[in-house]
Design a protein around this ligand. Structure first.
Ligand SMILES: Cc1ncc(COP(=O)(O)O)c(C=O)c1O
Length: 437
């Protein structure tokens, strides 16, 4: 049972704290009183160092679309391992993954690879600045886009620092965020086109880009309303700013990502997670004319872009193999399973007679322990009592062998079967009933 101070995970965490600041290298995997340490992972399941088996609905925060250790990806990586891991040369593997991804995105696309979604967002913002010659960006209040200073503004901000609903504050996430960074980010409320108009209207001279995640987990995983999208598209066009889609997560929604479903062609797209087949990756893709900022003209690009491990062949072959396996049939099956899971989870709330709701799309889902209508970050923000109950539910699920993120979000992988879905729905039903008691 978790927690158990006598467990191997607890002991490893105590040891880790002697060398690793806060014990782990990712804020997102901390757990109180200690995180689990894994022994192995295969398909939809992971086993911790104490021998506990869990169904993994986190899938390394949505990056493992085939679950763990998909045979074809492992074989491709092994074959490449024997030929070299990373070198200061081009590789055919890079060209192949680039062709696959550009072929799936709409229009005449170019791409550059990097090593994380954070980098992808950063390079997309820098590309927009280089293209427009402007400095500011707009982003949706509370949306997570990785760990670039500008992308972090207004992240994790609580009610005390929100500011007016129609004029969210550019509040810092990290201590020491320079005032200049805060001055250059304009938060807009998700799904509020009127507010976006008001906030951005006067920025025709200095706004480089509007950054949107069409299905942001921290914004509640609520859908992007078509009217808001249309307003933002219109604004970007009118102001001469670029539209950047952060599809680091959303690209798992379909063959052409969220933009395919929405019928929109952003100027730039930040990619990551699934496109690396389980290995570290990021990429920025976009219209050829915009991506020309990366091209050398007269010896130097407007936006020079280096990176020792960019497009390393190991990641490239893993990504290509993973994405080839994600054909239209695979997306259909996965998204239908997502629909079915959300149905079963809603049924669990009804059967438990518990307050709550389920959001998400495709293979993504998030549980909420309240019933207020949700259209933006402030609606999704967990009140103190909801956070306490979510922590209890999370622990109940963990002890039932089910692993989600600590705030109740998760995703499916192609390694999952129908019985995995019902196991989660049963676990949630049991957890909600336990909460009532
Ligand atoms: C929407 C979104 N953008 C960007 C990132 C950053 O990606 P990475 O963790 O690979 O840096 C994440 C990570 O969770 C994300 O969810």
């Amino acid at each position: 049972m978790y927690p158990d101070e006598g467990s191997k995970s607890a002991a490893l965490y105590r040891r880790a704290r002697g060398t690793v600041a806060d014990g782990v290298s990712r804020a997102t995997i901390t757990m109180d009183p200690y995180p689990l340490y894994l022994r192995s992972a295969r398909g939809a399941r992971v086993v911790d160092v104490d021998g506990n088996e869990l169904i993994d609905f986190n899938n390394n925060y949505t990056s493992l679309i085939h679950g763990h250790g998909r045979a074809e990806i492992v074989a491709a990586v092994n074959e490449q391992l024997a030929k070299g891991m990373a070198y200061s040369f081009g590789s055919e593997a890079e060209v192949e993954l680039a062709e696959l991804l550009c072929g799936r995105l709409p229009g005449d696309q170019r791409i550059r690879f990097c090593n994380s979604g954070s980098e992808a967002v950063m390079h997309a913002i820098k590309a927009a600045r280089a293209y427009t010659g402007r400095g500011k960006i707009a982003k949706c209040e509370g949306a997570y886009h990785g760990s670039y200073d500008f992308a972090e503004v207004s992240l994790g901000v609580g009610p005390g620092a929100w500011g007016e609903p129609a004029a969210p504050a550019a509040a810092p996430y990290a201590a020491g965020t320079p005032q200049g960074v805060l001055d250059d980010v304009l938060p807009i409320p998700f799904n509020d086109g009127e507010a976006a108009e008001r906030i951005l209207a006067g920025h025709g001279d200095d706004l480089a880009a509007i950054l949107i995640d069409p299905i942001s987990s921290l914004v509640g995983m609520v859908g992007l309303q078509p009217e808001f999208l249309a307003t933002v598209q219109g604004l970007a066009q009118r102001l001469g700013a670029l539209l950047i889609f952060d599809e680091v997560v959303a690209f798992r929604l379909g063959l052409s990502g969220a933009q395919g479903g929405l019928g929109v062609t952003p100027d730039l797209t930040a990619l990551g997670k699934i496109i690396g087949g389980g290995l570290p990756i990021g990429a920025v893709a976009g219209r050829a004319e915009v991506m020309a900022v990366f091209e050398r003209q007269g010896g130097k690009a407007r936006l020079p872009h280096g990176g020792t491990f960019n497009a390393n062949p190991l990641t490239m072959v893993a990504g290509r193999t993973c994405m080839e396996l994600m054909d239209p049939g695979a997306f259909d099956r996965l998204n239908r399973m997502g629909e079915e899971l959300r149905r079963q989870l809603r049924e669990a709330f009804a059967l438990a007679n518990a307050e709550g709701q389920v959001t998400g799309e495709g293979s993504l889902f998030r549980l909420h322990l309240h019933s207020r209508p949700m259209v933006n970050y402030r609606d999704a923000w967990m009140r103190a009592e909801e956070s306490r109950r979510m922590a209890e539910l999370h622990r109940h699920l963990l002890n039932a062998g089910l692993f989600l993120s600590p705030y109740g979000s998760g995703c499916l992988s192609t390694a999952m079967e129908d019985h995995d879905l019902s196991a989660l729905a049963d676990g949630v039903l049991g957890g909600l009933r336990a909460l009532r008691e």
